[in-house]
Design a protein around this ligand. Structure first.
Ligand SMILES: [Mg+2]
Length: 255
């Protein structure tokens, strides 16, 4: 039995369009007795939204099979004292609250600032984050993606908001919870898949998140070329995947 960890955007689908062969490949792996989990850095949808989306594409899964960066951010904060000031969209607020994280909109009582992708990010939110920082709050982000791939091209993601905060503070933020964090990979292999890392495969389209996270944690990494990264980019990068496939459709069980 192996564990297959799939990135979503650019790997399983692009926007609402499944990548050709995605459902067939994933359902076959499950039928062969392998474990499958889905991992996304995108903070603007709930885990349940992804379950619904995947099910509609003919990919069977439940909420336990989908881990997003909001959930890992909550895992990071659980057990730590103090409230969090949150900049992000409704799903981030909801999923943090559901995991017991206390949220405040008062920068002076925040122990943490949590930053996620926010289509309504503005100067006022930036100022609040900065005020919390000045009061000693630690700044953490859901994910370090600069952009998100869509059918129309790439659009700015969470790193753009991180850049704004770092521009104000002059310092690198304290922690990023989503891919490529060790916390996220360990949670998936130990708590979800319950398999040794070397029996797992991380399949994704982005070198600096999906592939790096696999490589740094002893998980086999598989780059697919249906998203952000082109074959020529691999030659330019220090981050080398264990395997390169044109598409998820080319993935076959190694057993
Ligand atoms: Mg991706």
């Amino acid at each position: 039995m192996k564990g297959y960890i799939f990135d979503l955007d650019g790997t399983v689908y692009l926007d609402d369009e499944p990548i050709d062969g995605a459902a067939k490949t994933i359902n076959e792996l499950k039928a062969q007795g392998h474990k499958v989990v889905f991992l996304t850095n995108k903070s603007i949808a709930r885990r349940s939204d992804y379950v619904e989306k995947l099910n509609k594409m003919g990919i069977e899964c439940t909420i336990e099979d989908v881990i997003n960066s909001n959930f890992i951010t909550a895992k990071f904060l659980q057990g730590k004292p103090g409230k969090a000031l949150v900049i992000g969209e409704k799903p981030l607020f909801e999923e943090l609250t559901e995991e017991g994280i206390q949220i405040t909109n008062n920068p002076r009582e925040a122990y943490y600032v949590v930053i996620g992708w926010d289509h309504e990010f503005n100067y006022e939110k930036l100022s609040q984050a900065y005020e919390a920082y000045q009061n000693g709050a630690k700044i953490i982000a859901t994910n370090p993606d600069r952009t998100c791939p869509t059918k129309e091209g790439e659009i700015p993601d969470c790193e753009a908001m991180i850049g704004a905060i770092e521009g104000a503070t002059g310092k690198t933020i304290d922690y990023i919870a989503g891919k490529p964090s060790r916390l996220m990979m360990q949670y998936v292999t130990e708590e979800v898949l319950k398999l040794p890392p070397n029996q797992c495969y991380m399949i994704g389209d982005r070198l600096e998140t999906d592939i790096l996270m696999g490589n740094e944690n002893g998980v086999n990494s598989v780059l697919v070329l249906t998203g952000i990264t082109k074959r020529a980019d691999v030659a330019q990068s220090e981050i080398k995947p264990t395997y390169i496939l044109n598409s998820i459709a080319d993935l076959k069980s190694s057993d």
